[in-house]
Write a protein that binds this ligand. Structure first.
Ligand SMILES: NC(=O)c1ccc[n+]([C@@H]2O[C@H](COP(=O)([O-])OP(=O)(O)OC[C@H]3O[C@@H](n4cnc5c(N)ncnc54)[C@H](O)[C@@H]3O)[C@@H](O)[C@H]2O)c1
Length: 337
């Protein structure tokens, strides 16, 4: 199977590409290697599979429509996974334009390329942040998501809406996955697990927002990758039971689906930090601070729809996941006890 994956120098994209290559797919990866965080980590992730005979890499920007169209014409992918995006909630308060370019302009370019390339299935990254100001837990696909609290969240919700128009107008099968705090080896330096690991290993105090009362549905990278592949292999189809008088937000009369992909087991931030401290062999001071603008206090994914439709079954406990993350962190950065 020829699969085009964007964001293959990124955290989730690199692990996905590696797994697809291992099962025998041909992968064409696209990434612009931007410096939102250390590009050396992106190079190191790519080095795991860049020389695989079934892998081709293109360093290009999603916002460059000509480059995207050429890539689709050259490779003729059957399926596409769009993970490249400007990620991060807090950064969207500092640099909103980056989100417009990658997540809106870039996403439309991907939709157009998929439409003209007659792609069998487009799977794309959405985010738990679309639940925004919602407080009903767990977050469910049936819930209205009309109150985003960051431009990042709004751009991800916009992706779902844009995808629906292409599914409807051009019969393009699309599936959006709302990822919930992904963690594990090769993770992102701007996310809490890596930030905490850096601080703990240097013996520096940790800023813990919302006085540590935050809980997050931390989801281990291997469970995410397995779920993305199951979803990719399950092409979205029109929902025969769709009722236009009572429309369900996650399905449609068009070949369109949106799912949560999380662990369904939220963990308090202070518990997560405690596990990191145990594995790094050091405890540090926690500075308890108020909530940050754009943040949400709790996340928890209702994953029943993804379980039912594709057999998604996350099975990595937080204890095991943190142990594996810390083992990777120590080896990669040569830090620790
Ligand atoms: N990691 C999480 O917990 C999480 C949670 C919710 C949603 N997501 C979404 O999942 C996707 C993957 O996230 P990740 O954690 O792997 O992030 P990441 O930043 O590690 O990976 C994204 C990759 O895309 C590339 N990229 C960004 N803009 C680009 C552009 N315009 N053109 C080409 N390449 C570009 C970056 O260089 C990077 O390598 C993103 O869409 C993100 O918004 C991630």
């Amino acid at each position: 199977m020829r699969i085009l994956v964007t964001g293959t120098a990124g955290f989730i994209g690199s692990s996905l590409a590696e797994r697809l290559l291992a099962r025998g797919d041909e992968v064409y990866g696209i990434d612009n290697h931007n410096d939102y965080y250390d590009p050396a980590l992106k190079e190191a992730r790519l080095a795991r599979f860049a020389t695989h005979p079934n892998y081709t890499h293109l360093r290009a920007d999603l916002a460059d429509a000509d480059a995207m169209n050429r890539a689709f014409a050259d490779f003729e992918p059957k399926r596409v996974v769009n993970l490249a995006a400007q990620a991060g909630v807090r950064y969207s308060l500092k640099n909103p334009q980056a989100y417009v370019q990658s997540n809106l302009v870039g996403f439309v370019n991907m939709l157009e390329a998929c439409r003209h390339g007659r792609i069998e299935h487009l799977v794309y990254a959405s985010s738990s942040s679309v639940y925004g100001a919602n407080r009903k837990l767990p977050f469910a696909i049936d819930d209205a998501v009309d109150h985003p609290v960051s431009l990042y969240a709004a751009s991800k919700k916009a992706n779902e809406l844009m995808a629906h128009t292409y599914s409807h107008l051009y019969d393009l099968p699309t599936t959006g996955l709302r990822f919930f705090t992904v963690y594990g080896p090769w993770g992102r330096p701007d996310m809490s697990p890596m930030l905490f690991a850096d601080r703990i290993s240097r013996g520096e105090p940790i800023d813990v927002f919302n006085y540590g009362k935050h809980s997050r549905d931390f989801t281990y990278i291997d469970d995410i990758v397995a779920g993305v592949i199951r979803t990719l292999d399950h092409t979205a189809s029109p929902d025969g039971a769709h009722d236009a008088l009572h429309p369900h937000p996650g399905t449609s009369s068009a070949p369109y689906r949106v799912y949560n992909i999380g662990n369904d087991q939220p963990v308090q931030l202070l518990r997560f930090i405690e596990l990191m401290e145990r594995h790094l062999g050091r405890t540090v001071e926690k500075r308890l601070l108020p909530m940050q603008p754009g943040d949400v206090p709790d996340t928890w994914a209702d994953v029943s729809a993804l379980r039912r439709d594709v057999g998604y079954a996350p099975n990595t406990s937080i204890e095991e996941g943190v142990a594996r993350f810390v083992a990777w962190y120590r080896e990669y950065f040569q830090r620790g006890e």
